[in-house]
Design a protein around this ligand. Structure first.
Ligand SMILES: Cc1cc2nc3c(=O)[nH]c(=O)nc-3n(C[C@H](O)[C@H](O)[C@H](O)COP(=O)(O)OP(=O)(O)OC[C@H]3O[C@@H](n4cnc5c(N)ncnc54)[C@H](O)[C@@H]3O)c2cc1C
Length: 484
């Protein structure tokens, strides 16, 4: 290690700086106690799944936008890659760092700066956990509409960077539709403040949309203005058993129509998910018989119970519902959701689970799942599949077990999952982003013209490719490796 080397004026042309020099420069920007190295790095996990020790040259924890700007400008000037990290709950490997990267954690930028009740907006720093944003809105009788299983750890910045979906997309849309304004720092350190708080603003290009869903490859999100909604007075939840997928589609139509826009979740589960959950001993099957499909339905409105019961009765009369249980309390509703959200149960059943997040038209889902199962069994005779998803959004989550969980297994299984989507014009990334895991399959979903334009935008905003390189797209030039 060359401890003599110092930051040169000309930066990148003088060769990569050594680790001590980088640590010293970063410490000058954020304070020495906020640059972590060695065991303080490896003690953290690097994402889901599998959970492995974080590899990064160091973790830097800025407190302000100015510090983010200074540290990005420094790293860019010397050509070191920076990987933005929120709660590291992303499911596509977007926050994974190599041992030569600087991990930029937003964990100290975690304050809620303002809640404007009259205008139903909240101004937050990027590192605030999603659950805290939800709670702050609730305390004022309002709702932040994004909700997902990782709510306790996922940050608002991470959910914006991945354009997260979750359980209420059907009614409120994805994260993109909840963000009014953003503050972003570009790779070279330039701060773009676009902290709009109005619902309508058509003055030129809507730049924030470029950064939403860009997975930390175009800029670091430091603050956001998010939109809040009126909080529905009550929520009614039911679990339905259905005999056929056609019945499931009929039930969706009927409940959507009969609840007057109050349907907020429609989560379909194939029976293997219920089996896996029950096998843990943590849950019991809420219905007395096994069904071909299960649907978790949530209606949110002042008279949610009546609306749901009316719609269910109508669907029952049509013969589309084989059995159903309506939650009589919040605890019962929580128990139904716990079955759907028990991802460790799926991992335990599939040992290990290879998970995929895809989009396709709901009408094609049944035949897609059947074809997928057949193809998997042809290649791996012991393959097992657990399918569930936000089907009203056209989104399926497919967890597959073939007895191996390494990159080669993920790639081989991924090829089968994704190639079947091509004729359906489906998407390889419904809501979890592309990250590392789906980069090689982008052409299933996007045209070459689209991919080329994405590359041009990336190259324009990050010419040295120092911001989360290798994620979403493969772009030259590669940032240079830190000498460690
Ligand atoms: C149990 C479980 C359930 C989940 N359910 C859902 C679900 O229903 N729907 C869904 O959409 N997702 C779901 N997810 C995935 C995950 O929670 C989301 O992707 C979430 O948005 C990631 O937030 P994070 O703060 O953990 O981001 P990270 O995992 O830390 O980062 C994700 C990506 O965003 C980038 N990034 C993070 N912060 C910033 C920032 N401030 N500026 C720029 N880039 C940044 C990272 O570089 C990375 O590319 C689930 C995950 C788990 C573990």
């Amino acid at each position: 290690m060359n401890t003599e080397q110092s930051l040169s004026e000309s930066g990148i042309d003088e060769g990569p700086p050594s680790m001590p020099v980088v640590l010293e420069q970063l410490a000058r920007i954020v304070g020495a106690q906020h640059v972590l190295a060695g065991q303080d790095v490896s003690a953290r996990f690097d994402g889901w799944p599998p959970i492995t020790a974080l590899q990064a040259a160091c973790i830097v924890r800025p407190r302000t936008t100015e510090e983010v700007s200074a540290l990005l400008a420094y790293c860019d000037s010397v050509g070191i890659a920076v990987v933005p990290q929120g709660g590291r709950t992303g499911l596509s490997g977007g926050a994974r760092a190599r041992e030569v990267d600087v991990a930029l954690s937003l964990e100290r930028m975690s304050s809620i700066q303002a809640l404007d009740r009259d205008n139903a907006t909240m101004t937050v720093e990027a590192g605030v956990p999603l659950a805290l944003v939800q709670q702050a809105a609730e305390a004022e009788g309002l709702l932040y509409a994004v909700d997902l299983g990782a709510r306790g750890s996922a940050t608002i910045g991470g959910t914006i960077a991945t354009n997260a979906g979750g359980n209420r997309v059907l009614r409120y849309g994805m994260t993109r539709e909840q963000v009014l304004g953003l503050e972003v720092v570009l790779a070279g350190g330039e701060v773009i403040s676009s902290m709009n708080s109005m619902l309508k603003n058509n003055a030129g290009y809507d730049l924030k949309q470029l950064f939403i869903g860009s997975e930390g490859t175009l800029g670091v999100i430091t603050r956001a203005v998010v939109r809040l909604r009126p909080r529905p007075a009550t929520t009614a939840t039911a679990l339905i058993g259905a005999r056929t997928f056609t019945d499931v589609l009929h039930v969706r139509e009927r409940i959507a129509a009969d609840t007057d826009g109050a349907l907020s979740s429609f989560e379909v589960m194939w029976p293997e998910l219920i089996d896996a959950a029950v096998a843990t001993g943590r849950h019991r099957d809420p219905l007395s018989e096994r069904h071909a499909y299960y649907v978790l339905v949530e209606v949110a409105a002042r008279d949610a119970d009546q609306r749901l019961e009316r719609a269910l009765a109508a669907a029952w009369q049509e013969g589309w519902v084989a059995d159903a249980v309506v939650a009589a309390s919040e605890a019962q509703a929580g128990a139904l959701w716990a079955i759907r959200e028990d991802s460790p149960a799926r991992s335990a059943a599939l040992r290990p689970a290879l998970s995929f997040d895809i989009s396709l038209p709901p009408s094609a889902m049944e035949s897609y799942v059947e074809a997928l199962r057949q193809q998997l069994l042809r290649q791996w005779t012991h393959a097992r599949t657990i399918v569930f998803g936000h089907i009203a959004d056209g989104n399926l989550h497919v967890s597959i077990g073939i007895g191996q969980g390494d990159e080669a297994a993920r790639s081989a299984v991924g090829r089968v999952v994704y190639e079947l989507l091509r004729p359906l014009r489906g998407s390889v990334a419904a809501e979890h982003g592309v990250g590392l895991f789906k980069r090689e399959y982008m052409d299933v979903t996007r045209t070459m013209a689209e991919i080329d334009l994405m590359r041009s935008i990336k190259t324009h905003l990050d010419p040295r490719n120092t911001l989360n390189p290798g994620k979403v797209l493969d772009v030259a030039p590669a940032s240079r490796d830190l000498a460690i």
